[in-house]
Structures are given as C-alpha cells and as structure tokens.
Design a protein around this ligand. Structure first.
Ligand SMILES: [Zn+2]
Length: 458
C-alpha cells in the first residue's frame, strides 16, 4: 500500500493513499497523541489495515514511521491530594485474598499433587468473599484476577522445574504468602466495571472520583481501554497502569548495520565494531548515602522483630525507599536511552543469553552484576527493538564466544578468566578479549538468523 506524506502549514502532515485518495486522508500534528487519535479514527472509519507506513526525508537520514494498532500500557500518576486511604484499604484486602488463595492452592497441591482448576479456585475464593464482609469492598473480577495470577505463578513454577531438570540453574518456588503491606496492586479486568474515565483528567474508581496527571493529553478518553491496575510504590504514591489497544508509533531508520554485543563486568558493553560503552555504577555512587540512611534507620525504634514501628522509623524507611527508587529510575532512564540509540544504529543485534542468576550466585560479583542489571537491560532492549523493527538474536549459553578465535576459528580451551587480551594459540592473532567475543557473537547470531529464515517458507 502506498501512502504519501504531505507537509502542511503549522508543522502538520497529511497522509494520502493514492490508490483510494477518498478513503484515507489523515491530518497529522506533531503531537503523538493527536496523531494516534487521527489514525485510529481514519482506520476504523475506512476499515483499512491499521498499520500505516510512510517515509520522510529528515536531513540526510531517511526515516520510516510505522503506525500500528496494538496492545500497549499507558501509565499515569494520581494526584497526591486525593483520598489514597480509600485505595490502600482495598489493596490491603487484595493482599489478604492473595494469601488466602496461595494457602488454598498449596494445600490442594500437597494433598493431590495437582494444581486446582481455574473454575474451582474462582468458586472457592468467591465463596469466601460471600462470607467475609471486608472482602466485599473488592470487586469479584478483581478477586478472579488475583486467582489468575496465582495460577500463572504455578505455571511458571512448573516450567522452571522442567527447565531445571534439563540442567538450567534456576531457583523456583510456587507463589507464596506475603506481608499485607507488600501487596502492591489491584486490577480491574473490564472497562466500566469498577472504573471509567470521566474526562478532564478524572477517573472514577469504585464510585469515587480521582484526578490524575494527564501526561497523554486526553488520549485516555479516546482509546479502547481493556484493563486497569492501581499500583502503589514504596513511597506511597499511586499509579494507574492502563492496557489498551492504541496506535503506536515506531521508527525505522535507513542505513543500519548488524552488530554483536558482549556484556562484561569491567565494561558494560563491547560492540563488534569496536565501540565500548561503560555503565555508570549508580549503586556504588550512592553507596555511602545508602549506608548513612541505613544507620539512621537502625537507630530508630521499630526495627527489631515484634517491635512497633515508630514515626521516626517510618520516616527513615521512606527516605531509604526514595533513594532506592531514585537509583532504579536513573538506571532505567539510561537503559532506555542506550537501547534507543542502539536500535537507531543497528537493524540486527546479537547478544548472549546470559544466565544472570548463576552469575549473581557468584559471591564476589553479586553486587556489581546487580548494579549493571543486564537482565533488565535486555528486557528493555527487546521492547524498544520491536518498535524500531530491530531483530534481537539470543545466542545459547554454551556457545564459546570468548574462547573462539575470531580470525581463524580455533577454540582455546583453557582460557584464563583474568586475561584481558586474547592471543590465539594457532594463528597468533591478538585482540581485546571482549571485542573478540563480540565479533564471535555477531557471526553466530547471523548464522542462527540465516538458519531460521532458510527453514521458513518465504
Ligand atoms: Zn586464530
């Protein structure tokens, strides 16, 4: 399908489909939300496929946008001056329901060796809800969602057991009871049942109005909302996570290359083209501050088991939580920026499927690996890659990426972990160790990719 983009005054664009000029005519504004709404209206009115791609010259680079209707999650924050106690009470009850559900499942599993069927868990919790007045503050669909999560937890547990039998190093346990204050969220499964957006940055949750910071500029009132999760964080702030079908914008850039990446402890990333990316070690930077706050916390009353939390203790706890959240947010921000930059430059990214858990078990590496948070980065990279139409290829843990010579292919079996430079026994090729690994990862990744595409009919 051919679409043409025409530039209009005031920074607006319009998209025209030349085959059916009368059927699709969309005015785009630079604001993403408006674009999204405009596309939605056009595609639903004309029954066109919801994906629209067009090219636009931007300086030297040719950029291709892709608009596509798909499920996505939008997040907004509730204003602090609203009645959070109303929500907190209900989230606490969700915690109690979770615990009850876990206990039921565990008993059943102990007695029969099987997991309970979905309908049975639903009806057992439903029955309990009938007889517990406080539980009735929570919607029955919310209770069902908690049951769904417990069942999903059991499914993961069984998959992990299977993987463990195959030799993977994993820690696995079924969903467990937790402290009520550890319960973070409450989910509504259906729009209109328990929540709806009433416009002007207002949302009604269980009959009570709340206001939120409308970072999407009115989009929430237009998109097709599926579910909503009310979630509190360690600072007592409350966020809404709304899943909906919306038109999202992806970016595709011309002239991109393929790359292999090696994660390291000394350097965060080494790319096969020689680029080295160091990671700021946030945790280390704030270590003194964390220690200071921890000392403060331990001087307050309430830390010992059985002791009641004093106000000073609560305050110190909040300060510590705020700092941890700050570190986590900074790291996440950096990860997103890096992932975006990489996807702009490369159409294929090959990485090693690292067994982070196994690495973390290694005593001396523990904190540093946690600080670098490879696993979190890979997750972010994959989500960004999808937007940019970048392929991420994961290579098995058993591929000897650092032992193989990238020049002649000889495998050096007894490589010393400490050696920063790779010297080939056979051909004498000398290269930086991480760079050598990155080149091997790229080669292996491209091979896997070719194998995959060759197997599939075109
Ligand atoms: Zn060699």
């Amino acid at each position: 399908m051919v679409y043409e983009v025409q530039k209009k005054p005031k920074g607006n664009y319009s998209i025209i489909n030349h085959k059916h000029p009368e059927r699709l005519f969309v005015l785009l504004t630079p604001r993403f939300t408006r674009v999204s709404t405009a596309i939605r209206k056009a595609s639903s009115a004309n029954r066109e496929p919801s994906a629209i791609a067009f090219r636009q010259k931007l300086g030297k680079l040719e950029m291709e946008y892709l608009y596509e209707r798909k499920q996505c999650t939008l997040t907004v924050k509730l204003r602090n001056d609203d009645d959070f106690a109303f929500l907190n009470v209900r989230i606490d009850i969700c915690g109690a329901i979770w615990n009850a559900g876990c206990t039921i499942m565990r008993e059943y599993y102990k007695n029969t060796g099987k997991t309970m069927a979905k309908g049975m868990l639903y009806s057992q919790l439903g029955e309990m809800r009938k007889h517990t007045t406080s539980w009735q503050l929570v919607y029955s669909q919310t209770v069902q969602q908690i049951a769904d999560r417990i069942l999903a937890g059991y499914e993961l547990f069984f998959t992990n057991i299977r993987k463990k039998k195959e030799g993977a190093k994993l820690r696995c346990s079924p969903p467990k009871c937790h402290k009520i204050r550890k319960q973070k969220s409450m989910t509504f499964k259906q729009y209109g049942k328990g929540f709806w957006f009433s416009g002007r940055g207002e949302v009604t949750i269980q009959g009570r109005k709340f206001r939120y910071y409308d970072s999407y500029d009115g989009l929430l009132e237009h998109v097709n909302v599926h579910t909503m999760t009310v979630k509190r964080n360690s600072l007592g702030e409350i966020f809404l996570y709304i899943t909906c079908a919306a038109d999202t914008k992806g970016e595709i850039w011309g002239d991109r290359a393929a790359v292999g990446m090696d994660f390291g402890l000394k350097r965060f990333l080494t790319l096969s083209d020689g680029t080295v990316i160091d990671s700021p070690l946030w945790y280390k930077e704030y270590l003194n501050e964390i220690r200071k706050l921890n000392r403060k916390l331990s001087r307050r009353q309430g830390g010992k088991p059985g002791e009641k939390w004093s106000n000073g203790y609560k305050k110190a706890l909040k300060n510590l939580a705020r700092l941890h959240l700050k570190i986590a947010n900074q790291r996440k921000d950096w990860f997103y920026k890096l992932a975006r930059e990489l996807c702009r430059r490369y159409h294929t990214i090959c990485i090693e499927d690292l067994n982070i858990k196994a690495m973390q078990m290694h005593r001396n590496w523990g904190r540093k690996v946690g600080d670098l948070a490879f696993a979190e980065f890979v997750m972010i990279l994959e989500s960004i890659a999808e937007k940019f139409r970048t392929t991420v290829v994961k290579i098995g843990t058993f591929f000897p990426s650092s032992k193989t010579c990238s020049c002649c292919g000889h495998v050096h079996e007894h490589l010393d972990l400490e050696d920063r430079v790779y010297v080939c026994e056979k051909c004498g090729f000398t290269i930086d160790r991480d760079l050598n690994a990155a080149i091997n990862i790229l080669r292996e990744g491209l091979r896997i990719l070719e194998e995959d595409t060759a197997g599939k009919p075109a």
